[in-house]
Design a protein around this ligand. Structure first.
Ligand code: F6R
Length: 273
């Protein structure tokens, strides 16, 4: 068996924000997928459901790929799994190429045995006057499902988690938000041009995310290095919403060496034995 040392995994010992560093993004994704699979199986053995909070974007794709592999090769079943996605553009049709509904179906749900009625994503088609009621219902549904067991997160270059952009309050809940210009520019690669990137989105709030029992944030690549360092070291405030994750009782950052490059070397302990 490959030892943690062999994949270059090092662990920060500070209680404020455990950061696990991996040589390759694939290793971090496998680690999170294994944790998710173990939670699903544990719950299934107890005849209980497992509630997952899911993210889109390029970062978690390999987690979904690994879970699909486990479904095909290791009989991992998603029969007892309920999912809530963090966010969706607004307005957007579910069949649109850039919608998160489509992303999740193509990258995950179409390839596993999840019960479709157990899948939840914020709808980008709700009439504007009904959005706030709709968002309250989304929160209610999470609560009625028993709350999120494990929330998967990426981080945006603005420091957003979900689409909680700078200015988002710690006690925010699912709601309609305006996307930051940096975030919209990052989305040009998907939409083709800035004019086509929606101005708005529906997102779970910071408080919604913090209520998850476990939080696992993935960040890979040099372009995430600065924001990862700020999220971990800056003062906790709305100016950088990811800072609110500090203080959660079971949160972990899983990063590759590129995303960890702005953290001081002393930050990481010796490789786990
Ligand atoms: C996506 C989401 C966003 C992304 C973040 C990073 O559902 O909520 O917060 O996680 O923008 O995106 P990538 O992974 O594409 O760098």
């Amino acid at each position: 068996m490959q030892s943690p040392d062999a994949v270059g995994m090092t662990h920060r010992t500070s209680p404020s924000m455990p950061v696990v560093r991996f040589r390759e993004p694939a290793d971090a994704c496998k680690r999170v997928a294994a944790e998710i699979a173990s939670l699903i199986r544990q719950r299934a053995a107890e005849s209980r459901r497992c509630v997952l909070g899911l993210a889109t974007g390029s970062t978690p794709i390999r987690v979904y790929r690994e879970l699909i592999r486990m479904h095909r090769e290791e009989r991992l079943s998603f029969f007892n799994v309920v999912t809530f996605n963090l966010d969706e553009y607004y307005p957007i049709k579910p069949e649109s190429a850039q919608s998160y509904h489509r992303f999740m179906s193509e990258h995950f749900f179409n390839h596993i045995d999840i019960i479709r009625s157990n899948v939840h994503l914020p709808k980008g088609t709700v009439e504007l006057e009904n959005v706030s009621g709709y968002c309250r219902d989304y929160e209610e549904l999470i609560l009625r499902s028993g709350g999120i067991d494990l929330q998967l997160l990426g981080i945006g270059r603005t420091g957003h988690v979900g689409f909680n952009e700078p200015g988002a309050k710690r006690d925010s809940r699912t709601r309609l938000v305006r996307l930051d210009t940096v975030t919209r520019n990052d989305a040009v690669k998907d939409f083709g041009d800035l004019e086509r990137v929606p101005l708005l989105a529906i997102t779970m709030g910071v408080e919604t995310i913090l209520q998850a029992r476990r939080i696992r944030l993935l960040a890979f690549g040099e372009h995430k290095a600065r924001i990862v360092q700020q999220a971990i070291e800056n003062r906790i405030s709305s100016a950088l919403p990811a800072t609110f994750l500090r203080g959660h009782r079971d949160v972990q950052y899983l990063v590759d060496y590129d995303a960890a490059q702005c953290l001081p070397p002393s930050f990481f302990g010796t490789p786990l034995q």
